[in-house]
Design a protein around this ligand. Structure first.
Ligand code: NAP
Length: 314
């Protein structure tokens, strides 16, 4: 891809972990900002960002970062968005776009909107892309390519501001969709939050099983468990905030999930092979659909590299 002309003279990123760091790298690679200024909560992260040399300036405070910024993106845990909005409100430039990347949208809108002054454009966003890694070194410019970014602008937001943010995310490689915060939270509860909760549960349960030792769980993990451990390694702060902030939708989905789990439990107990086969065939078709629309790799074992026969595994 060739570098585009800057979409924004100055972009401020508050928080520089996986998502903030990936936005900075991609925006720089695409030439989307005249200047990128960033800050992070700890002196340690700020020092590391300086060392990495990806952004133009690293500043100490959130308020300093947003001064004169045309686009401000909060790249911090969902639970921190309200207090940070309060902190930066008085310094935001009139006409600036203020956005975030939080994995829950209803709570972020509820927590941030009351503090934002008239004359700034609030366009919340959620890039549906990530890994289990966090921190300033974990980001990479290609993270958003062919991934969705969902914008959830409140009613009455200037369409031009929405369009500018859409263009920004499109230039980072994302496909952009617009929906209401409530709809976003319901969709993500089933596609992301519940799977994470299940992974956290299974990995915890396996760890507690007395009949199977921990070393056996780790040794034979390639049988399926390993894929859950990757998800269950996700950042504890981020996911604590996600479940607290999207409580209603997650509880609703958990209710449905528990009913379905009971049906499968009954099928196993009753030796109902037909019910199990029918269910597994339906889910296999869903997996094929995800691969067909390019949202995952069709390569065996999710594209993991494998040692060749005759060569020792590393
Ligand atoms: P991360 O790698 O852990 O980085 C978080 C950043 O936020 C760090 O710079 C951290 O500063 C700062 N921070 C933490 N607590 C803070 C607080 N109370 N006040 C101010 N700053 C604070 O996290 P991430 O994965 O980039 O996630 C950031 C946001 O993106 C979250 O809202 C998450 O829901 C959303 N998101 C994540 C993913 C994913 O897969 N990870 C995907 C999509 C969206 P220090 O380093 O100084 O502590």
């Amino acid at each position: 891809m060739s570098a585009a002309s800057p979409l924004f003279p100055k972009i401020a990123l508050i928080g520089f972990g996986l998502i903030g760091g990936s936005i900075a790298r991609a925006a720089r690679a695409q030439g989307l900002a005249g200047e990128i200024v960033t800050t992070a909560r700890s002196a340690r992260t700020r020092a590391r960002v300086e060392e990495l040399g990806i952004v133009d300036r690293v500043v100490e405070t959130n308020a300093e970062a947003v001064e004169d910024a045309d686009l401000v993106i909060l790249c911090i845990p969902v639970g921190a968005c309200g207090p940070v909005a309060q902190e930066i409100a008085a310094t935001l430039k009139p006409g600036a776009i203020i956005s975030d990347v939080g994995s829950v949208k209803g709570a972020v809108v509820r927590d941030m909107a009351p503090y934002l002054p008239d004359g700034v454009h609030f366009v919340p966003a959620h890039p549906v892309a990530g890994t289990e890694h966090s921190g300033p070194d974990s980001g990479f410019a290609e993270l958003f390519i062919n991934r969705w970014c969902i914008l959830t602008p409140p009613d009455g937001v200037d369409p031009e501001a929405i369009e500018r943010l859409r263009a920004f995310w499109a230039a980072l490689g994302a496909r952009v969709e617009i929906m209401t915060p409530d709809h976003h939270d319901l969709v993500l509860a089933i596609t992301s939050h519940l799977p994470h909760l299940i992974a956290y549960t299974i990995v915890g349960t396996a760890d507690e099983l007395a009949q199977v030792t921990s070393s056996e769980v780790i040794k034979f993990s390639a049988g399926g468990f390993r894929d859950f451990t990757r998800i269950a390694a996700s950042d504890p702060t981020m996911w604590r905030d996600v479940f607290l902030a999207n409580k209603e939708a997650v509880l609703e989905m958990l209710g449905t999930f528990n009913e379905d789990l009971s049906k499968l439990t009954r099928a196993i107990r009753r030796n109902d092979g037909e019910a199990l086969f029918e269910h597994f065939s339906r889910t296999r078709a869903i997996r094929r659909g995800i691969v067909e629309i390019g949202q995952d790799s069709a390569a065996p074992d999710f594209g993991r590299p494998h040692a060749q026969l005759g060569k020792k595994a590393e």
